[in-house]
Design a protein around this ligand. Structure first.
Ligand SMILES: *Cc1c(COP(=O)(O)O)cnc(C)c1O
Length: 378
């Protein structure tokens, strides 16, 4: 059986976890957390990075820093993971979903402006499959209307837009290190903070509303409760697992891109015949091989394809059920404009196995089975 995903493992993880344990310092903000933060700051060029317990929590932290209040509106695509919306719903916001572009499956930047009302507080671009949203346009609109931009860059580490890393355009960028992402710590994430002014408030919320981070730096002689907060810092054992992969980030990235390119080359014959559609990476976007997806003709062809692959021991999956059509989506949000592409395109999309360690022979086998499936359909 070829699994859809295998969590990344490079070999050094257990040594680093042992090191954390032997230091007798396994709570948050230990040595490996610092190493990860510094690595991510250096790699992305952001002002500050703080590791969090998940990307979901990074977005929650961002929503708190944006001071989202009941009645505020937040604009995002409907084609995304639930966490993008959940974090703002917890603050009482109304979610305003807009349609996606069919080429990248990202929010259509040309539909943002008409969705803005005097209640709008933030725009939340999701960089689907590690391919950037049109950030020039999005930042221009945000600046014009004085809105926050919180980037859901859960899938976007190591990707760039016009040379600049994803997650560094808006006030806040949120990364995921869940086991299904390019680099993992089991469950985990990070918040990238663009502006100096948000560093201290973020540290306080992340540390239960205390100024403990300042205390550890020796800036205050005892720490106290200074604001509302929660606990968004991961254990140093988890950070140790992640650090082993960050050290090999380039190699992992290259390996994923090689697999992605192989799928693209193999399946392009079908695309040229108009039988399937392949992902589009616009000029100026460099992606990270996070995901390889293809689009079948419609939902019934997709179901048949997934079943065909399963009988050939290949696990492929689809996602997302558009949020605006879900029970919670109806309760907490509304769709602005027409759903031209969100539902239709999401019903056609299938993701193929792609993980660090998948061989090119396996990618060829999977491609062959897809080609075989379409041969039976002419
Ligand atoms: C994975 C993912 C998340 C959630 O990440 P967690 O670290 O599991 O909380 C949020 N948004 C998108 C687009 C994702 O792909």
């Amino acid at each position: 059986m070829i699994n859809f995903n295998v969590p990344p493992f490079t070999g050094k993880e257990l040594d680093y976890i042992r090191e954390a344990v032997e230091r007798q310092k396994i709570c948050g903000d230990g040595i490996f957390t610092k190493k990860c933060n510094e690595w991510l700051e250096q790699k992305t060029g952001t002002t500050k990075c703080l590791l969090t317990t998940s990307c979901t929590h990074a977005i929650e932290l961002a929503a708190l820093l944006c001071e989202i209040k009941p009645g505020d509106e937040v604009i995002m695509p409907s084609f995304t993971f639930v966490s993008t919306a959940d974090a703002f719903v917890l603050r009482g916001a109304t979610i305003v979903f807009i349609d996606i572009r069919p080429d990248t499956m990202n929010m259509d930047e040309n539909l943002i402006e008409e969705a803005i009302t005097d209640k709008t507080k933030a725009i939340v671009p999701v960089h689907y499959a590690g391919v950037a949203c049109e950030m020039d346009k999005i930042m221009e609109i945000a600046n014009k209307y004085n809105l926050f931009v919180v980037e859901d860059a859960a899938q976007g580490i190591m990707s760039t837009y016009k040379g600049k890393p994803l997650g560094t355009f808006g006030e806040f960028g949120c990364l995921s290190f869940h086991e299904t992402k390019n680099y993992s710590m089991g469950e985990g994430g990070a918040i990238l903070i663009r502006d100096e002014q948000y560093i201290e408030p973020a540290e306080i919320i992340r540390e239960k509303g205390t100024d403990r981070s300042k205390f550890f730096r020796g800036q205050v002689d005892k720490y106290t409760w200074v604001n509302f907060g929660s606990s968004y810092l991961p254990s140093d054992m988890n950070a140790a697992y992640l650090y082993a992969q960050l050290e090999l980030a380039e190699e992992i990235n290259q390996s994923r891109i090689t697999i992605w390119n192989r799928y693209y080359k193999n399946l392009n014959k079908l695309a040229e015949k108009g039988q399937i559609e392949l992902p589009v990476v616009p000029d100026g976007c460099v992606h990270n091989g996070h995901m390889f997806y293809m689009k079948a003709k419609d939902i019934s062809e997709r179901t048949e394809l997934i079943n065909y692959l399963k009988t050939n021991e290949i696990l492929s999956v689809f996602h997302y059920i558009p949020l605006h059509s879900a029970t919670a989506g109806k309760k907490f949000g509304r769709f602005h404009g027409t759903d031209r592409y969100t539902t239709k395109e999401s019903e056609r999309l299938t993701r193929l196995p792609l993980y660090y360690g998948l061989t090119l022979e396996q990618a060829d086998y999977i491609s062959d089975k897809i080609i075989e499936f379409y041969q039976t359909r002419i």
